[in-house]
Design a protein. Structure first.
Length: 41
């Protein structure tokens, strides 16, 4: 039982890490796009 919970926790942690990386990349892209449009347009 405890072992199963620990496995689920490690999997969940990996998914959360991927989500955080994706959100960070999206935010960076949005910021870069805003800077680009302000500089060019």
């Amino acid at each position: 039982m405890f072992r199963k919970l620990r496995e689920l926790y490690s999997e969940y942690k990996a998914y959360v890490r991927v989500d955080l990386i994706m959100y960070a990349v999206m935010i960076l892209l949005i910021i870069l796009y805003a800077i680009y449009t302000l500089a060019v347009g």
